[in-house]
Design a protein around this ligand. Structure first.
Ligand SMILES: Cc1cc2nc3c(=O)[nH]c(=O)nc-3n(C[C@H](O)[C@H](O)[C@H](O)COP(=O)(O)OP(=O)(O)OC[C@H]3O[C@@H](n4cnc5c(N)ncnc54)[C@H](O)[C@@H]3O)c2cc1C
Length: 433
């Protein structure tokens, strides 16, 4: 019987530039793929929020639909289950002669618990398990630091990486012959199956995009090549309204439907063919921030989820339910905070400027337990990414990597970034209806 490799897709939901997929194709005669809508991701968390709200659930469904179609073009079947991996895998392996499993390497606790449970469930099959880091811009094997010596300050990390690391080239993926196809009767769930009512998109959304690798590539095409907005990114990136003030690539990056490497190489191509300026560099700079938070979480492990953060600093946080409800329901004393909180509530999106302000208000002004704010973001955000979310919350709350421990002056931020209150009117007027 032939050698079969199984690719377990998690937050690497793409066919292009995917190490696990590449290795599976190179090292096996047959390749199968599997994805789980893990019920744990749709449960309530310890603060009572749904771990995944409807916006990200819908985006993910679109993403997996696209993945299935793209894999079909490579003659690879994607089996999809709405069950725990460890419950499905033992039967799935029966009679399939799978000798290798390939998946993206994760390190945060919830993810590694699932990996361990899955691995244990198929113990008796004696398969070889291959896990590869595939979510970084700078590969962990290439950076000029041991993980334990990752600098606490971003600039020190960035400067050394920029000097010593080359971003790896994209990996090409080979197509398998038609004989690789096998019967696959599994079907994708719909939003209702994941516990949500179908819903219409809010016409004011700044993120009017769908999930999936093809949509991510379309966004790059539009933002870089068609409109050349990339050339102005540094000037517009603090914007609040509309789809083009920033790249909006975060949601595809978060679930891995595009790789940071692909974006980087596309920026480099743009720099050669169109223009190279502060803006093109700044998008790379932001991708390095993304990497930095991944490395911080790799270095500090579960401390990123603890109240004292990586500084293990005690601030005496509050857990006032009324203040929490006011924040969530846009009833605070700050109109700028309220407008942003309505945006996330109605769309699952908020700009970077908005996120910084509402998080600072929550943690530094109201001194509420920052982990509750982070958990609300985790629930609501289309682009939720464990490292970026918790890393930024730690940073804003003063228990992370900001040596200055700042507090935003919300009123002056609103005056500076929304001088004519266009943004505030866009969201706050809806409260009148
Ligand atoms: C409290 C708080 C929570 C956040 N939670 C998340 C999250 O869950 N997921 C997430 O992807 N980003 C998060 N961010 C970072 C940032 O707000 C978003 O990445 C950005 O707004 C996404 O929009 P964009 O893709 O248009 O970004 P652009 O401005 O176009 O930037 C390009 C890419 O760089 C990365 N990037 C930019 N800023 C940051 C940053 N501060 N930290 C890490 N990466 C960054 C993102 O991958 C982004 O897609 C958070 C920021 C704050 C202050």
């Amino acid at each position: 019987m032939s050698n079969t490799g199984l690719v377990w897709f998690r937050n690497n939901l793409r066919c292009q530039d995917n190490i696990s997929l590449h290795k599976a194709i190179a090292e096996n005669e047959k390749v199968l793929a599997i994805y789980f809508f893990d019920p744990r991701h749709y449960d309530n968390d310890r603060f009572g929020f749904k771990k995944t709200e409807k916006y990200r659930a819908k985006f993910l469904l679109e993403t997996v639909t696209a993945l299935k179609l793209n894999l079909e073009k490579l003659n690879i079947p994607l089996f999809v289950y709405q069950q725990y991996p460890e419950d499905v895998m033992p039967q799935f392996f029966e009679g399939r002669n799978i000798s290798n499993v390939y998946t993206q390497k994760e390190w945060t606790k919830e993810e590694t618990d699932v990996s361990e449970a899955a691995k244990n469930s198929i113990d008796r099959y004696g398969v070889t398990w291959h896990e590869d880091f595939d979510q970084f811009l700078f590969h962990p094997e290439d950076i000029p630091f041991d993980i334990q010596n990752i600098p606490q300050v971003f600039t020190n990390f960035r400067k050394k990486c920029e000097k010593y690391v080359s971003v790896r080239p994209q990996i090409t993926i080979e197509k398998l012959p038609e004989s690789n196809r096998v019967e696959n009767t599994t079907e994708l769930p719909i939003v209702l199956d994941l516990g949500f009512e179908d819903f219409a998109e809010d016409s004011r959304t700044a993120f009017p995009f769908c999930g999936g690798e093809n949509e991510a590539l379309k966004r790059i095409e539009a933002y870089f090549w068609d409109t050349k907005k990339l050339s102005y990114y540094k000037k517009t990136r603090n914007g609040l309204i509309g789809k083009d003030y920033s790249s909006k690539l975060s949601a595809w990056l978060a679930n891995g439907s595009i790789s940071a490497r692909t974006i980087y190489h596309e920026i480099k191509k743009y720099e050669q063919q169109v223009t190279k300026n502060d803006s093109t560099y700044w998008l790379i700079f932001e991708l390095i921030w993304r990497d930095f938070f991944k490395y911080i979480s790799l270095k500090h492990g579960n401390h990123i989820f603890r109240i004292g953060g990586i500084l293990q600093k005690d601030y005496g946080w509050k857990t006032d339910e009324e203040m929490l409800d006011q924040w969530i329901n846009a009833e605070t004393s700050e109109p700028f905070v309220n407008a942003n909180m309505l945006e996330i509530k109605y769309t699952g999106w908020m700009s970077n400027r908005g996120r910084q302000n509402v998080a600072s208000f929550f943690a530094k002004e109201q001194e509420l337990d920052w982990r509750i704010g982070a958990a609300y973001f985790e629930s609501m955000l289309i682009d939720y990414d464990v490292h970026s979310n918790y890393g930024n919350w730690l940073y804003v709350a003063g228990v992370g990597n900001d040596p200055r421990d700042r507090k935003f002056n919300i009123k002056s931020q609103a005056e500076r970034y929304d001088p004519q209150q266009k943004y505030q009117n866009l969201w706050l007027q809806s409260k009148l209806f």
